[in-house]
Design a protein around this ligand. Sequence first.
Ligand code: FAD
Length: 378
Amino acid sequence: MPDVPAMPDVIVVGGGIIGLSAAWQLHRDGAEVVVLDPAPGTGASHAAAGMLAPIHEAYWGESHILRLNLAASQAWPAFAEAMGADAVDYRRNGMLMAAYDADDKALLDNLGDLHEQEGLPVERLRSRECRTREPLLAPGIRGGVYSPLDHQANPRRVVAELLGRVPIIPISATEVSRNRVVAGDGRVLACQQVVVAAGAWTGRLLGVPIRPIKGQIIRLSGPEGLLRLPVRGVVRGSSVYAVPRSDGEIVVGATQEEQGFDTRVTAGGVYELLRDVLALLPGLSEIDLVETWAGLRPGAPDNAPIIGTGDDGIVYATGHYRNGILTAPITAIAVSALVQGREPPVNLSPFSPERFRTSLISTDPAAGTSDQLSEVSA
Ligand SMILES: Cc1cc2nc3c(=O)[nH]c(=O)nc-3n(C[C@H](O)[C@H](O)[C@H](O)COP(=O)(O)OP(=O)(O)OC[C@H]3O[C@@H](n4cnc5c(N)ncnc54)[C@H](O)[C@@H]3O)c2cc1C
């Protein structure tokens, strides 16, 4: 790990994939940078499956997120190459989404309409065609959608690579402003620019509505190549996925639970994941269950990340919800551009930290009392 600079230009608060990627990009762009985190790499980034899936993460009404995710997908090859594509297990073999029963198929068909409307490159497949691409799928599945553009990487390996490339002070921040951080031990650290990338904990540090969304996930281990492709499934209305690594590990996830800062793994959570993944891929029942885990996704009320400079002068990089692994490289490039006064590579206006800071109740008495909604937050 490089030495901690005596006078950093930039302090990044938070050493998950977002903070580490931003710090590394800033370093590569010539800034003296340091990351503050008491436990770098142990947050959501340690839990994540590593799907880089702009297409299979596309939802109605979220075109602006889709555009960001597509730009992120394009930034991934260079990001992976710079670390060593094999070192981070970056693989570009596409992704299959499969429907378990007729209702699940209707849901996939509906998503297919969205893909068509957005001009996304997907192939709609019949049951047999799905099984040709992924022979481990259950014979009864009703059909699916293959996306050649959706890829994968191993987030734990990415974080391990990044941890060796940026200097870290292993302490938390208790107060932040544009150019100053108060650390947990009372030290005051000065710099030219503070970047906050504290994941699900950002709301505790700054006044933005970021909340933790818990995801339980399990890891199986079997023969290399047992599962050929990352598979997402809709099984009786629930979603589940299985992502194979090159060493035979298969990551199965993930629950979505709103219950604060709770990272317990529960019997019910693991049961749901196993029930659904074994319905979809029955052949996985014979292999080893090697790990259970839970992480906290950082979520904003509108599901979009917060990337931009706030009115407080702080650069925000948080709220990446389900797609923080996918969007790490584009966020990093955007953060570095913001810090260095360059035009970001993507339109960041939908992701502004200021979008939540509108007042719901008018404080102007002349505005009347019957309907006091003066502005509505996005
Ligand atoms: C089960 C699960 C599966 C997922 N799968 C995928 C996937 O397949 N693809 C994908 O793109 N995304 C996925 N995600 C989402 C992705 O993991 C997150 O969006 C991403 O990891 C967020 O990164 P982050 O750096 O913002 O947060 P984190 O990784 O949580 O890092 C935040 C860091 O901030 C530090 N911190 C907190 N407070 C302070 C403080 N006061 N001072 C200093 N440091 C502080 C913490 O210690 C932590 O290290 C998944 C998430 C989960 C939970």
